[in-house]
Design a protein around this ligand. Structure first.
Ligand code: UDP
Ligand code: MG
Length: 331
């Protein structure tokens, strides 16, 4: 049973240089949450901001103790910031949202309604990608298609980080200590009854997006490599295919020389094949290398993040599984 003073709903908000957005967000969150429950909290995760965000968080906590914050020691990226947030959230339901008001606070009421019906995971599904360039949209679509065709874990289209997760799902997520965190995949992987709620992405209130194209591309590759070993197999298939082609080519040249004699010194074909095969080998090595790198990152078992300061937030409670082990219960 949850303690009487523990919140029913926690809202986790990763913030990176969002000083101007804090107040408008707070003003729009309070009425929505007040209508839903009288026990709620908002957990901001300051992801190494370099503007006035940390000072703003301190001030807001001073004015309203239900707004707490965890400040990380540096910028760890949004995925890790979310992990830190759900570690520190104590609610029975945890809502994850962006600070820039692209995720409309009013939708939280719909999330909570579905949660009260018994869903463990309620995800916001964006109905349009208006504020984004056509190129970004095309890449997003291609990524979802690729992920699904490779994937052992299909992703619901248009579902992002804006979602509500029941305590059961939160504890499952917290138990996954992966360093390369592709949350969208983790959310889908844990299963449980899930449902989408459509919402319209609004324009960013202040500041700029922190996602450059390069960052998005790395993120996409991270996602695929964390959830699929297909890229490792691709080089094998490619290897077979190319070997078959080269045998056929060799046969063709052999017969041609036999019947018509040799008229070429053979230089171009040698150069072309050497280049082609070195290319394939480098690609395969790169793919293997990126998986080895991932193994390296995981075996180091570093903590996911370091907390610099907690503002009104308690250290994270232990996971249920750890509690069981201490109690000496069966595995
Ligand atoms: N964010 C973060 N760490 C980062 C980058 C972003 O915590 O390194 C936060 C950011 O403050 C915002 C959310 O993640 O609350 C979404 O970021 P952004 O709006 O830049 O992404 P977009 O909406 O363009 O996908
Ligand atoms: Mg945004």
């Amino acid at each position: 049973m949850p303690a009487a003073d523990s919140p029913e709903i926690s809202v986790v908000v990763p913030v990176y240089n969002e000083a101007d957005n804090l107040r408008p967000l707070r003003e729009r969150l309070v009425p929505v949450l007040d209508r839903l429950t009288d026990r709620w909290e908002v957990v901001f995760v300051n992801d190494g901001s370099r503007d006035g965000t940390l000072a703003g968080l301190r001030q807001i906590n001073g004015e309203d103790g239900r707004f707490r914050a965890v400040s990380l020691s540096r910028n760890f990226g949004k995925e890790i910031a979310i992990a830190a947030g759900i570690d520190h959230a104590r609610g029975q339901a945890v809502v994850i949202m962006d600070a820039d008001l692209q995720h409309p606070p009013a939708t939280i009421a719909e999330f909570v309604a579905k949660w009260r019906e018994g869903y463990v995971m309620v995800y916001g599904q964006r109905t349009d990608r208006n504020g984004e360039s056509a190129l970004k949209r095309a890449f997003a679509r291609a990524f979802y298609r690729l992920f699904d065709s490779f994937g052992e874990t299909p992703l619901p289209e248009g579902a992002g980080d804006f979602r509500l997760i029941d305590r059961q799902g939160v504890d499952a997520l917290r138990a996954m200590g992966e360093r390369a965190r592709f949350s969208k995949g983790l959310y889908a992987w844990i299963g449980y009854p899930s449902i989408g709620v459509p919402f319209i992405v609004e324009d960013r209130l202040f500041g700029q997006t922190k996602w450059s194209f390069g960052k998005l591309f790395r993120f996409a590759f991270d996602g695929i490599a964390s959830f699929s070993t297909v890229p490792l197999k691709v080089s094998t298939y490619l290897g077979f295919l190319i070997s078959a082609i080269s045998i056929l080519t060799a046969l063709y040249f052999f017969l041609r020389t036999l019947f018509f004699g040799s008229d070429l010194p053979g230089f171009p074909s040698i150069i072309v094949s050497v280049m082609f095969f070195s290319g394939i080998q480098l690609i395969s090595l790169g793919v293997i290398g990126s998986y080895v790198g991932r193994i390296f990152a995981e075996v180091k078992r570093r903590p996911l993040y370091l907390v610099g300061e907690r503002i009104g937030a308690a250290p994270p409670p232990p996971l249920p599984r750890e509690r069981d082990e201490r109690a000496g219960g069966p595995a």
